[in-house]
Design a protein. Structure first.
Length: 149
């Protein structure tokens, strides 16, 4: 089962399933936007759309998610030379950090495989994260050790 088979978007999703899909989609959108622009540059909306739409989905599936992110101030649209650009705001970086780091977050990779670009974007984001906590190893009784974030 791949990331594309995570939760299929269809008209038959229950409200709870739709909420889970939306929460995961928001983090995917923000992570991909951060990766494309390095968190500092404006990105063409078309380039972002190509990157976030998975097999079996269309850009229309993401219209509500992008709208919600814009309403909350996580992303900012601008128009330059008749090209729509998207930029990740400081609020967007906070939402992304919360979506990835929070134990209550619904974001996770379902299945046994994930897309390389999204996985690499997550690794790159973690490496560039301004976390002063760092990483440590914690040993529990009878355990080989666990990585603490």
């Amino acid at each position: 089962m791949s990331e594309q088979a995570e939760i299929a978007v269809s008209k038959t999703l229950t409200p709870q399933e739709q909420a889970v899909w939306d929460a995961k989609a928001k983090v995917r959108v923000l992570l991909n936007l951060w990766d494309l622009g390095g968190g500092k540059m404006k990105v063409k909306k078309g380039d972002l759309t190509k990157r976030i739409v998975r097999t079996g989905e269309t850009s229309k599936n993401y219209e509500l998610v992008l709208g919600e992110l814009q309403e909350t101030g996580a992303i900012v649209y601008s128009l330059e030379n008749r090209v729509t650009l998207v930029e990740l705001s400081a609020k967007g970086k906070e939402v992304l950090a919360e979506g990835v780091k929070s134990p209550d977050s619904l974001f996770e990779f379902d299945g046994s495989q994930i897309g390389t670009r999204l996985g690499n974007a997550l690794v790159k984001w973690i490496r560039n994260s301004d976390s002063s906590a760092g990483f440590g190893v914690e040993k529990a009784k009878g355990d080989g050790g666990a990585i603490e974030v």
